[in-house]
Ligand binder design. Sequence first.
Ligand SMILES: Cc1cc2nc3c(=O)[nH]c(=O)nc-3n(C[C@H](O)[C@H](O)[C@H](O)COP(=O)(O)OP(=O)(O)OC[C@H]3O[C@@H](n4cnc5c(N)ncnc54)[C@H](O)[C@@H]3O)c2cc1C
Length: 504
Amino acid sequence: MPDLSFTGPGEVHAPYLDVDQIEKALKEHGSCIDTLSHFLPGKVFTKNKPSYNEYLDTFWLGPAREIFPRCVVIPSNTSDVSKAISVLSSALKLGIDCKFAIRSGNAAAFANLSNIDDGIVIWLKDLKELDLAEDRSVIRVGPGNSAGDVYGKLDPMDLTAVLGLHSMLGVSGLVLGGGWSSILSPQYGLACDNVLNFEVVLSSGAVVNVNATSNPDLFRALKGGASNFGIVTRFDLAVIKLGSFSGGQIFADLSKRQEIFRFAENYMKADDYTPQASMIMNLGYMAGMGWGMFYFPTYIGPEENPSILAPVLKMNDVKSTFRVSHTREFTDQLDQMIPPGLRSTVSTFTFSLNAEFMEVYFQMAKEMVDELKDIFPGFAAAVAFHPFPKQAFSQSKKSGGNSLGLSEEDGDICKTFAYMMWDSAKDDEKVKAAMKDLIERGKTEAVRRGLLKDYVPISYAAPWQDVFGGYGKENLEAMRQASKKYDPLQLFQLAVPGGWKLSK
Ligand SMILES: Cc1cc2nc3c(=O)[nH]c(=O)nc-3n(C[C@H](O)[C@H](O)[C@H](O)COP(=O)(O)OP(=O)(O)OC[C@H]3O[C@@H](n4cnc5c(N)ncnc54)[C@H](O)[C@@H]3O)c2cc1C
Protein backbone atom coordinates (compact mmCIF):
# COMPACT_ATOMS: atom_id res chain seq x y z
CA MET A 1 0.00 0.00 0.00
CA PRO A 2 1.54 3.36 -0.96
CA ASP A 3 2.29 5.79 1.85
CA LEU A 4 -0.54 8.28 1.26
CA SER A 5 0.32 10.32 4.36
CA PHE A 6 3.20 11.51 2.18
CA THR A 7 0.75 13.39 -0.07
CA GLY A 8 -0.74 15.61 2.66
CA PRO A 9 -4.28 16.88 3.41
CA GLY A 10 -7.01 17.90 0.89
CA GLU A 11 -6.79 21.68 1.30
CA VAL A 12 -3.14 22.68 1.18
CA HIS A 13 -3.28 26.47 1.17
CA ALA A 14 -5.70 29.34 0.68
CA PRO A 15 -4.81 31.88 -2.06
CA TYR A 16 -1.57 33.68 -1.20
CA LEU A 17 -2.76 37.09 -2.42
CA ASP A 18 -5.80 39.07 -1.47
CA VAL A 19 -8.15 39.98 -4.36
CA ASP A 20 -8.42 43.68 -3.34
CA GLN A 21 -4.64 43.93 -3.20
CA ILE A 22 -4.36 42.50 -6.76
CA GLU A 23 -7.12 44.67 -8.20
CA LYS A 24 -5.49 47.75 -6.74
CA ALA A 25 -2.13 46.77 -8.29
CA LEU A 26 -3.74 45.97 -11.65
CA LYS A 27 -5.37 49.42 -11.70
CA GLU A 28 -2.17 51.12 -10.60
CA HIS A 29 0.13 49.31 -13.07
CA GLY A 30 -2.41 49.08 -15.88
CA SER A 31 -0.98 45.80 -17.25
CA CYS A 32 -0.76 42.17 -16.26
CA ILE A 33 2.95 41.99 -16.90
CA ASP A 34 3.79 44.88 -14.57
CA THR A 35 1.43 43.49 -11.93
CA LEU A 36 3.03 40.05 -12.21
CA SER A 37 6.47 41.68 -11.85
CA HIS A 38 5.18 43.56 -8.80
CA PHE A 39 4.12 40.37 -7.00
CA LEU A 40 6.89 38.15 -8.41
CA PRO A 41 9.93 40.42 -8.58
CA GLY A 42 12.84 39.01 -10.60
CA LYS A 43 10.69 36.18 -12.00
CA VAL A 44 9.16 37.82 -15.06
CA PHE A 45 11.33 37.87 -18.19
CA THR A 46 10.74 39.82 -21.39
CA LYS A 47 12.37 39.53 -24.84
CA ASN A 48 16.16 39.26 -25.08
CA LYS A 49 16.62 38.28 -21.43
CA PRO A 50 18.65 35.02 -21.12
CA SER A 51 15.74 33.17 -19.46
CA TYR A 52 13.41 34.24 -22.28
CA ASN A 53 15.88 32.96 -24.88
CA GLU A 54 16.32 29.72 -22.93
CA TYR A 55 12.54 29.36 -22.94
CA LEU A 56 12.48 29.42 -26.75
CA ASP A 57 15.68 27.46 -27.39
CA THR A 58 14.68 24.48 -25.25
CA PHE A 59 11.52 23.59 -27.16
CA TRP A 60 12.00 20.24 -28.86
CA LEU A 61 9.79 21.32 -31.77
CA GLY A 62 11.34 23.83 -34.18
CA PRO A 63 8.19 25.90 -34.92
CA ALA A 64 7.52 26.35 -31.18
CA ARG A 65 10.71 28.44 -31.14
CA GLU A 66 9.18 30.83 -33.69
CA ILE A 67 6.35 32.08 -31.45
CA PHE A 68 7.20 35.06 -29.26
CA PRO A 69 5.34 35.60 -25.99
CA ARG A 70 5.36 39.03 -24.34
CA CYS A 71 6.89 37.59 -21.21
CA VAL A 72 7.83 34.35 -19.47
CA VAL A 73 7.04 33.98 -15.76
CA ILE A 74 9.29 31.47 -14.01
CA PRO A 75 7.88 30.60 -10.57
CA SER A 76 10.20 29.15 -7.91
CA ASN A 77 7.51 27.31 -5.96
CA THR A 78 3.79 26.62 -5.60
CA SER A 79 3.09 29.93 -3.86
CA ASP A 80 4.52 31.82 -6.86
CA VAL A 81 2.24 29.82 -9.17
CA SER A 82 -0.73 30.67 -6.95
CA LYS A 83 0.17 34.38 -7.04
CA ALA A 84 0.50 34.38 -10.83
CA ILE A 85 -2.84 32.61 -11.26
CA SER A 86 -4.57 35.00 -8.85
CA VAL A 87 -3.32 37.97 -10.87
CA LEU A 88 -4.50 36.40 -14.15
CA SER A 89 -7.90 35.55 -12.64
CA SER A 90 -8.39 39.10 -11.36
CA ALA A 91 -7.41 40.44 -14.78
CA LEU A 92 -10.06 38.25 -16.42
CA LYS A 93 -12.67 39.47 -13.92
CA LEU A 94 -11.76 43.10 -14.69
CA GLY A 95 -11.93 42.47 -18.43
CA ILE A 96 -8.16 42.94 -18.96
CA ASP A 97 -7.00 40.70 -21.80
CA CYS A 98 -4.15 38.55 -20.45
CA LYS A 99 -4.05 35.31 -22.37
CA PHE A 100 -1.49 32.85 -21.14
CA ALA A 101 0.10 29.45 -21.75
CA ILE A 102 1.38 26.87 -19.27
CA ARG A 103 4.60 25.01 -19.93
CA SER A 104 6.47 22.40 -17.89
CA GLY A 105 8.66 20.26 -20.17
CA ASN A 106 10.18 20.61 -23.63
CA ALA A 107 8.17 18.04 -25.55
CA ALA A 108 5.11 19.93 -26.82
CA ALA A 109 4.26 18.31 -30.15
CA PHE A 110 2.53 21.48 -31.46
CA ALA A 111 3.81 25.02 -31.59
CA ASN A 112 1.10 26.74 -29.58
CA LEU A 113 0.42 23.98 -27.07
CA SER A 114 2.53 25.64 -24.41
CA ASN A 115 3.62 28.81 -26.16
CA ILE A 116 1.54 31.87 -27.01
CA ASP A 117 2.06 34.67 -29.50
CA ASP A 118 2.17 38.02 -27.69
CA GLY A 119 0.81 36.47 -24.47
CA ILE A 120 2.18 35.42 -21.09
CA VAL A 121 3.76 32.06 -20.32
CA ILE A 122 4.01 30.39 -16.94
CA TRP A 123 7.03 28.10 -17.23
CA LEU A 124 7.36 25.59 -14.40
CA LYS A 125 10.90 24.43 -15.15
CA ASP A 126 12.19 25.34 -11.67
CA LEU A 127 9.60 23.23 -9.81
CA LYS A 128 11.98 20.28 -9.70
CA GLU A 129 11.07 18.47 -6.47
CA LEU A 130 11.96 14.78 -6.73
CA ASP A 131 11.43 13.24 -3.35
CA LEU A 132 11.00 9.53 -2.58
CA ALA A 133 8.86 8.44 0.42
CA GLU A 134 10.74 6.61 3.13
CA ASP A 135 8.90 3.36 2.38
CA ARG A 136 9.74 3.91 -1.36
CA SER A 137 6.12 3.51 -2.48
CA VAL A 138 5.53 7.09 -3.71
CA ILE A 139 7.66 9.70 -5.41
CA ARG A 140 6.77 13.39 -5.35
CA VAL A 141 7.58 14.86 -8.73
CA GLY A 142 7.64 18.59 -9.47
CA PRO A 143 6.23 19.50 -12.92
CA GLY A 144 9.64 20.73 -14.10
CA ASN A 145 10.97 17.15 -14.22
CA SER A 146 11.26 15.03 -17.30
CA ALA A 147 10.60 11.29 -17.47
CA GLY A 148 14.39 10.86 -17.67
CA ASP A 149 14.84 12.74 -14.37
CA VAL A 150 12.45 10.32 -12.65
CA TYR A 151 13.98 7.21 -14.22
CA GLY A 152 17.46 8.50 -13.40
CA LYS A 153 16.55 8.90 -9.74
CA LEU A 154 14.80 5.53 -9.38
CA ASP A 155 16.88 3.20 -11.60
CA PRO A 156 19.83 2.89 -9.18
CA MET A 157 17.40 1.59 -6.52
CA ASP A 158 15.81 -0.91 -8.96
CA LEU A 159 12.64 1.14 -8.86
CA THR A 160 10.70 2.99 -11.53
CA ALA A 161 7.47 4.83 -12.38
CA VAL A 162 5.02 4.46 -15.27
CA LEU A 163 5.86 7.27 -17.72
CA GLY A 164 6.85 7.35 -21.42
CA LEU A 165 9.43 5.96 -23.82
CA HIS A 166 11.74 8.97 -24.07
CA SER A 167 13.82 10.63 -21.37
CA MET A 168 13.07 14.08 -22.82
CA LEU A 169 9.31 13.94 -22.19
CA GLY A 170 7.95 16.29 -19.54
CA VAL A 171 6.15 14.41 -16.77
CA SER A 172 3.37 17.04 -16.73
CA GLY A 173 2.08 16.98 -20.30
CA LEU A 174 2.58 13.24 -20.50
CA VAL A 175 0.63 12.36 -17.35
CA LEU A 176 -2.14 14.93 -17.86
CA GLY A 177 -2.73 13.57 -21.37
CA GLY A 178 -3.04 9.96 -20.13
CA GLY A 179 0.55 8.87 -20.75
CA TRP A 180 1.26 6.02 -23.16
CA SER A 181 4.07 3.70 -24.16
CA SER A 182 5.54 2.66 -20.83
CA ILE A 183 6.65 -0.95 -20.96
CA LEU A 184 4.86 -1.30 -17.61
CA SER A 185 1.46 -0.19 -18.90
CA PRO A 186 0.19 -3.67 -19.87
CA GLN A 187 0.54 -4.56 -16.17
CA TYR A 188 -0.04 -1.26 -14.40
CA GLY A 189 -2.16 0.84 -16.76
CA LEU A 190 -1.35 4.21 -18.29
CA ALA A 191 0.82 6.84 -16.62
CA CYS A 192 -2.25 8.72 -15.32
CA ASP A 193 -3.51 5.54 -13.62
CA ASN A 194 -0.39 5.58 -11.49
CA VAL A 195 -0.91 9.04 -10.02
CA LEU A 196 -1.78 8.83 -6.33
CA ASN A 197 -2.24 12.56 -5.86
CA PHE A 198 -1.99 15.84 -7.76
CA GLU A 199 -1.25 19.12 -6.00
CA VAL A 200 -3.18 21.72 -8.01
CA VAL A 201 -3.43 25.50 -8.08
CA LEU A 202 -7.04 26.36 -8.98
CA SER A 203 -8.19 29.57 -10.67
CA SER A 204 -9.05 30.99 -7.23
CA GLY A 205 -5.35 30.73 -6.34
CA ALA A 206 -6.15 28.05 -3.74
CA VAL A 207 -3.83 25.04 -3.58
CA VAL A 208 -5.56 21.67 -3.20
CA ASN A 209 -4.62 18.03 -3.09
CA VAL A 210 -6.56 15.97 -5.57
CA ASN A 211 -6.76 12.20 -5.12
CA ALA A 212 -9.19 9.28 -4.85
CA THR A 213 -10.67 10.68 -1.62
CA SER A 214 -10.06 14.48 -1.81
CA ASN A 215 -11.78 16.09 -4.81
CA PRO A 216 -12.24 12.70 -6.57
CA ASP A 217 -14.21 14.21 -9.48
CA LEU A 218 -11.27 16.48 -10.30
CA PHE A 219 -8.88 13.54 -9.82
CA ARG A 220 -10.66 11.65 -12.58
CA ALA A 221 -11.00 14.70 -14.81
CA LEU A 222 -7.30 15.56 -14.62
CA LYS A 223 -6.38 12.11 -15.89
CA GLY A 224 -6.72 12.89 -19.58
CA GLY A 225 -8.00 16.46 -19.09
CA ALA A 226 -4.67 18.20 -19.81
CA SER A 227 -4.55 21.92 -18.94
CA ASN A 228 -8.31 22.44 -18.54
CA PHE A 229 -8.63 22.58 -14.76
CA GLY A 230 -5.68 24.20 -13.04
CA ILE A 231 -1.91 24.12 -12.80
CA VAL A 232 -0.48 20.95 -11.31
CA THR A 233 2.41 21.85 -9.04
CA ARG A 234 3.23 18.31 -7.91
CA PHE A 235 2.56 14.77 -9.09
CA ASP A 236 2.70 11.99 -6.47
CA LEU A 237 3.40 8.88 -8.51
CA ALA A 238 3.26 5.22 -7.53
CA VAL A 239 6.72 3.67 -7.42
CA ILE A 240 7.15 0.21 -8.93
CA LYS A 241 9.91 -2.32 -8.37
CA LEU A 242 11.81 -2.84 -11.60
CA GLY A 243 15.46 -3.68 -12.06
CA SER A 244 16.92 -4.23 -15.47
CA PHE A 245 14.82 -5.77 -18.22
CA SER A 246 15.30 -6.93 -21.80
CA GLY A 247 14.52 -4.66 -24.71
CA GLY A 248 15.93 -2.82 -27.67
CA GLN A 249 15.45 -1.77 -31.25
CA ILE A 250 15.50 -4.43 -33.90
CA PHE A 251 15.96 -3.15 -37.44
CA ALA A 252 14.42 -5.53 -39.95
CA ASP A 253 13.86 -5.62 -43.66
CA LEU A 254 10.56 -3.96 -44.56
CA SER A 255 9.43 -7.17 -46.26
CA LYS A 256 9.16 -8.80 -42.82
CA ARG A 257 6.52 -6.37 -41.64
CA GLN A 258 3.44 -8.53 -42.14
CA GLU A 259 5.01 -11.37 -40.19
CA ILE A 260 5.80 -8.91 -37.40
CA PHE A 261 2.27 -7.40 -37.48
CA ARG A 262 0.82 -10.91 -37.20
CA PHE A 263 3.09 -11.71 -34.29
CA ALA A 264 2.02 -8.47 -32.56
CA GLU A 265 -1.64 -9.44 -32.90
CA ASN A 266 -1.28 -13.11 -32.05
CA TYR A 267 0.93 -13.05 -28.98
CA MET A 268 -1.47 -10.65 -27.28
CA LYS A 269 -4.49 -12.80 -28.09
CA ALA A 270 -2.80 -16.09 -27.14
CA ASP A 271 -3.86 -18.02 -24.03
CA ASP A 272 -0.34 -17.81 -22.65
CA TYR A 273 -0.18 -14.01 -23.13
CA THR A 274 1.85 -12.31 -20.44
CA PRO A 275 1.74 -8.54 -19.81
CA GLN A 276 5.48 -8.66 -19.10
CA ALA A 277 5.99 -8.51 -22.86
CA SER A 278 5.25 -5.54 -25.10
CA MET A 279 6.13 -4.32 -28.56
CA ILE A 280 6.05 -1.09 -30.58
CA MET A 281 6.62 -1.02 -34.35
CA ASN A 282 7.88 1.86 -36.49
CA LEU A 283 8.01 2.01 -40.27
CA GLY A 284 9.57 5.07 -41.80
CA TYR A 285 11.02 6.84 -44.80
CA MET A 286 14.03 9.16 -44.78
CA ALA A 287 15.78 10.77 -47.75
CA GLY A 288 19.05 9.00 -48.49
CA MET A 289 18.00 5.93 -46.51
CA GLY A 290 14.69 4.99 -48.14
CA TRP A 291 12.11 2.91 -46.28
CA GLY A 292 13.00 0.91 -43.20
CA MET A 293 11.47 -0.72 -40.17
CA PHE A 294 12.40 -1.11 -36.57
CA TYR A 295 10.46 -2.60 -33.71
CA PHE A 296 11.04 -2.35 -30.00
CA PRO A 297 10.13 -5.51 -28.11
CA THR A 298 10.55 -5.53 -24.32
CA TYR A 299 10.25 -8.17 -21.64
CA ILE A 300 10.19 -7.67 -17.91
CA GLY A 301 11.78 -10.69 -16.33
CA PRO A 302 15.06 -12.47 -15.81
CA GLU A 303 15.18 -14.19 -19.24
CA GLU A 304 17.70 -12.58 -21.56
CA ASN A 305 16.05 -14.09 -24.62
CA PRO A 306 12.42 -14.44 -23.56
CA SER A 307 10.70 -17.33 -25.33
CA ILE A 308 7.49 -15.34 -25.87
CA LEU A 309 9.44 -12.92 -28.10
CA ALA A 310 11.52 -15.61 -29.83
CA PRO A 311 9.87 -15.26 -33.28
CA VAL A 312 10.61 -11.52 -33.53
CA LEU A 313 14.04 -11.66 -31.91
CA LYS A 314 15.09 -13.87 -34.82
CA MET A 315 14.09 -11.36 -37.49
CA ASN A 316 17.05 -9.12 -36.94
CA ASP A 317 18.37 -8.67 -40.49
CA VAL A 318 20.03 -5.32 -40.14
CA LYS A 319 20.88 -4.53 -36.55
CA SER A 320 19.64 -5.25 -33.02
CA THR A 321 20.24 -3.44 -29.75
CA PHE A 322 18.21 -6.01 -27.78
CA ARG A 323 19.88 -6.33 -24.39
CA VAL A 324 19.32 -6.21 -20.65
CA SER A 325 19.44 -2.72 -19.16
CA HIS A 326 17.68 -0.14 -17.00
CA THR A 327 14.89 2.19 -18.11
CA ARG A 328 16.91 5.41 -18.38
CA GLU A 329 19.49 3.83 -20.65
CA PHE A 330 16.74 2.66 -23.02
CA THR A 331 14.89 5.99 -22.99
CA ASP A 332 18.13 7.97 -23.53
CA GLN A 333 18.89 5.81 -26.53
CA LEU A 334 15.41 6.35 -27.98
CA ASP A 335 15.91 10.12 -27.59
CA GLN A 336 18.73 9.92 -30.11
CA MET A 337 16.18 8.99 -32.78
CA ILE A 338 14.21 12.24 -32.30
CA PRO A 339 16.60 15.17 -32.73
CA PRO A 340 15.28 18.54 -31.49
CA GLY A 341 14.62 21.72 -33.44
CA LEU A 342 12.95 20.27 -36.57
CA ARG A 343 9.58 20.98 -38.22
CA SER A 344 7.20 18.10 -37.66
CA THR A 345 3.62 17.13 -37.13
CA VAL A 346 1.93 14.09 -35.61
CA SER A 347 -1.58 12.67 -35.66
CA THR A 348 -3.24 9.50 -34.41
CA PHE A 349 -6.20 7.18 -34.04
CA THR A 350 -6.90 3.83 -32.38
CA PHE A 351 -8.42 0.60 -33.69
CA SER A 352 -9.15 -2.95 -32.56
CA LEU A 353 -5.85 -4.80 -32.83
CA ASN A 354 -5.73 -6.31 -36.31
CA ALA A 355 -2.64 -7.21 -38.34
CA GLU A 356 -4.42 -7.04 -41.69
CA PHE A 357 -5.50 -3.47 -41.07
CA MET A 358 -1.95 -2.50 -40.05
CA GLU A 359 -0.76 -3.61 -43.47
CA VAL A 360 -3.58 -1.82 -45.32
CA TYR A 361 -2.96 1.40 -43.42
CA PHE A 362 0.80 1.13 -43.89
CA GLN A 363 0.22 0.77 -47.66
CA MET A 364 -1.93 3.92 -47.62
CA ALA A 365 0.76 5.83 -45.76
CA LYS A 366 3.51 4.53 -48.02
CA GLU A 367 1.65 5.53 -51.16
CA MET A 368 1.14 9.05 -49.82
CA VAL A 369 4.71 9.43 -48.53
CA ASP A 370 6.13 8.22 -51.85
CA GLU A 371 4.16 11.01 -53.56
CA LEU A 372 5.22 13.71 -51.08
CA LYS A 373 8.88 12.86 -50.65
CA ASP A 374 9.99 14.62 -53.81
CA ILE A 375 7.73 17.64 -53.34
CA PHE A 376 8.84 18.87 -49.92
CA PRO A 377 12.55 19.38 -49.26
CA GLY A 378 13.75 17.44 -46.22
CA PHE A 379 10.63 15.28 -46.11
CA ALA A 380 10.66 12.25 -43.80
CA ALA A 381 7.78 10.28 -42.35
CA ALA A 382 6.95 7.33 -40.12
CA VAL A 383 3.97 5.27 -39.05
CA ALA A 384 4.02 3.61 -35.65
CA PHE A 385 1.84 0.86 -34.24
CA HIS A 386 1.55 0.17 -30.55
CA PRO A 387 -0.72 -2.72 -29.52
CA PHE A 388 -2.23 -2.47 -26.08
CA PRO A 389 -3.87 -5.36 -24.18
CA LYS A 390 -7.39 -5.05 -22.78
CA GLN A 391 -6.16 -6.05 -19.30
CA ALA A 392 -4.41 -2.67 -19.02
CA PHE A 393 -7.69 -0.78 -19.02
CA SER A 394 -8.94 -2.42 -15.82
CA GLN A 395 -6.10 -0.74 -13.90
CA SER A 396 -7.73 2.70 -13.94
CA LYS A 397 -10.67 1.56 -11.77
CA LYS A 398 -8.28 0.53 -9.01
CA SER A 399 -6.84 4.03 -8.83
CA GLY A 400 -9.91 6.28 -8.88
CA GLY A 401 -10.72 6.06 -12.62
CA ASN A 402 -9.64 8.22 -15.53
CA SER A 403 -11.51 10.19 -18.20
CA LEU A 404 -10.29 8.35 -21.27
CA GLY A 405 -13.33 6.13 -21.76
CA LEU A 406 -11.36 2.91 -22.30
CA SER A 407 -12.41 -0.33 -20.65
CA GLU A 408 -11.68 -4.04 -20.89
CA GLU A 409 -14.76 -4.41 -23.14
CA ASP A 410 -12.84 -2.48 -25.82
CA GLY A 411 -10.69 -5.57 -26.27
CA ASP A 412 -7.04 -5.35 -27.32
CA ILE A 413 -6.50 -2.10 -29.15
CA CYS A 414 -3.74 -0.60 -31.24
CA LYS A 415 -2.66 3.02 -31.23
CA THR A 416 -1.19 4.23 -34.49
CA PHE A 417 0.43 7.56 -35.09
CA ALA A 418 1.84 9.09 -38.21
CA TYR A 419 4.71 11.50 -38.05
CA MET A 420 5.90 13.83 -40.83
CA MET A 421 8.98 16.05 -40.94
CA TRP A 422 10.03 18.69 -43.49
CA ASP A 423 12.39 21.65 -43.81
CA SER A 424 10.60 24.81 -44.80
CA ALA A 425 7.94 26.94 -43.09
CA LYS A 426 6.36 27.60 -46.48
CA ASP A 427 5.33 23.93 -46.64
CA ASP A 428 3.78 23.83 -43.13
CA GLU A 429 0.14 23.97 -44.15
CA LYS A 430 0.52 21.63 -47.14
CA VAL A 431 2.18 18.90 -45.08
CA LYS A 432 -0.37 19.26 -42.27
CA ALA A 433 -3.19 18.94 -44.83
CA ALA A 434 -1.58 15.77 -46.20
CA MET A 435 -1.38 14.40 -42.66
CA LYS A 436 -5.04 15.13 -42.05
CA ASP A 437 -5.94 13.42 -45.30
CA LEU A 438 -3.95 10.32 -44.35
CA ILE A 439 -5.59 10.07 -40.93
CA GLU A 440 -9.09 10.56 -42.36
CA ARG A 441 -8.45 7.90 -45.01
CA GLY A 442 -7.10 5.49 -42.40
CA LYS A 443 -10.09 6.08 -40.14
CA THR A 444 -12.55 5.60 -43.00
CA GLU A 445 -10.97 2.24 -43.80
CA ALA A 446 -11.02 1.27 -40.11
CA VAL A 447 -14.71 2.15 -39.95
CA ARG A 448 -15.39 0.08 -43.07
CA ARG A 449 -13.77 -2.89 -41.36
CA GLY A 450 -15.61 -2.26 -38.07
CA LEU A 451 -12.31 -1.63 -36.28
CA LEU A 452 -12.20 2.10 -35.46
CA LYS A 453 -12.21 3.11 -31.78
CA ASP A 454 -13.46 6.50 -30.61
CA TYR A 455 -10.48 7.05 -28.33
CA VAL A 456 -7.85 9.51 -29.62
CA PRO A 457 -4.70 9.64 -27.44
CA ILE A 458 -3.94 13.28 -26.68
CA SER A 459 -0.22 12.46 -26.57
CA TYR A 460 -0.13 12.00 -30.36
CA ALA A 461 -3.18 14.03 -31.45
CA ALA A 462 -3.18 16.93 -33.90
CA PRO A 463 -4.85 20.18 -32.79
CA TRP A 464 -7.82 19.57 -35.14
CA GLN A 465 -8.66 16.17 -33.61
CA ASP A 466 -11.66 15.82 -31.30
CA VAL A 467 -9.81 14.30 -28.37
CA PHE A 468 -12.41 14.87 -25.66
CA GLY A 469 -15.32 13.76 -27.88
CA GLY A 470 -13.50 10.43 -28.13
CA TYR A 471 -13.64 9.99 -24.35
CA GLY A 472 -17.42 9.47 -24.62
CA LYS A 473 -20.41 11.66 -23.69
CA GLU A 474 -20.47 10.73 -19.99
CA ASN A 475 -16.81 11.43 -19.43
CA LEU A 476 -16.98 14.69 -21.34
CA GLU A 477 -19.99 15.82 -19.32
CA ALA A 478 -18.26 14.88 -16.05
CA MET A 479 -15.18 16.86 -17.12
CA ARG A 480 -17.32 19.88 -17.99
CA GLN A 481 -19.02 19.69 -14.59
CA ALA A 482 -15.62 19.50 -12.88
CA SER A 483 -14.45 22.50 -14.89
CA LYS A 484 -17.47 24.59 -13.74
CA LYS A 485 -17.06 23.45 -10.12
CA TYR A 486 -13.31 23.97 -9.74
CA ASP A 487 -12.91 26.86 -12.18
CA PRO A 488 -16.15 28.87 -11.85
CA LEU A 489 -14.46 31.81 -13.52
CA GLN A 490 -13.56 29.54 -16.49
CA LEU A 491 -10.03 30.98 -16.48
CA PHE A 492 -8.54 27.85 -18.05
CA GLN A 493 -11.14 27.89 -20.84
CA LEU A 494 -11.16 31.63 -21.60
CA ALA A 495 -7.58 32.75 -20.97
CA VAL A 496 -5.56 29.64 -21.96
CA PRO A 497 -6.18 29.18 -25.70
CA GLY A 498 -3.51 26.51 -26.36
CA GLY A 499 -4.29 22.81 -26.48
CA TRP A 500 -7.57 20.92 -26.55
CA LYS A 501 -10.36 22.77 -24.73
CA LEU A 502 -13.43 21.29 -23.03
CA SER A 503 -15.47 24.28 -24.06
CA LYS A 504 -14.91 23.74 -27.79
C1 LIG B 1 9.10 13.03 -29.90
C2 LIG B 1 7.95 12.79 -28.95
C3 LIG B 1 7.79 11.55 -28.36
C4 LIG B 1 6.70 11.31 -27.50
N1 LIG B 1 6.57 10.10 -26.87
C5 LIG B 1 5.55 9.90 -25.99
C6 LIG B 1 5.40 8.69 -25.25
O1 LIG B 1 6.23 7.78 -25.30
N2 LIG B 1 4.31 8.56 -24.45
C7 LIG B 1 3.40 9.57 -24.30
O2 LIG B 1 2.43 9.41 -23.57
N3 LIG B 1 3.54 10.73 -24.94
C8 LIG B 1 4.57 10.92 -25.79
N4 LIG B 1 4.70 12.12 -26.43
C9 LIG B 1 3.70 13.17 -26.22
C10 LIG B 1 4.05 14.01 -25.01
O3 LIG B 1 3.76 13.29 -23.84
C11 LIG B 1 3.23 15.29 -25.04
O4 LIG B 1 3.64 16.08 -26.13
C12 LIG B 1 3.29 16.07 -23.74
O5 LIG B 1 2.32 17.07 -23.80
C13 LIG B 1 4.64 16.67 -23.45
O6 LIG B 1 4.64 17.18 -22.15
P1 LIG B 1 5.65 18.29 -21.66
O7 LIG B 1 5.41 18.49 -20.19
O8 LIG B 1 7.00 17.98 -22.12
O9 LIG B 1 5.17 19.54 -22.51
P2 LIG B 1 4.51 20.93 -22.13
O10 LIG B 1 4.61 21.72 -23.37
O11 LIG B 1 5.06 21.52 -20.91
O12 LIG B 1 3.00 20.59 -21.82
C14 LIG B 1 2.12 20.02 -22.73
C15 LIG B 1 0.68 20.41 -22.38
O13 LIG B 1 0.39 20.23 -20.99
C16 LIG B 1 0.05 21.49 -20.35
N5 LIG B 1 0.74 21.54 -19.07
C17 LIG B 1 2.08 21.44 -18.88
N6 LIG B 1 2.37 21.46 -17.58
C18 LIG B 1 1.20 21.60 -16.92
C19 LIG B 1 0.87 21.67 -15.55
N7 LIG B 1 1.81 21.56 -14.62
N8 LIG B 1 -0.42 21.81 -15.20
C20 LIG B 1 -1.38 21.88 -16.16
N9 LIG B 1 -1.12 21.81 -17.48
C21 LIG B 1 0.15 21.66 -17.86
C22 LIG B 1 0.56 22.54 -21.31
O14 LIG B 1 -0.16 23.73 -21.20
C23 LIG B 1 0.37 21.88 -22.64
O15 LIG B 1 -0.97 21.99 -23.05
C24 LIG B 1 5.78 12.37 -27.26
C25 LIG B 1 5.96 13.64 -27.85
C26 LIG B 1 7.04 13.86 -28.67
C27 LIG B 1 7.22 15.23 -29.27
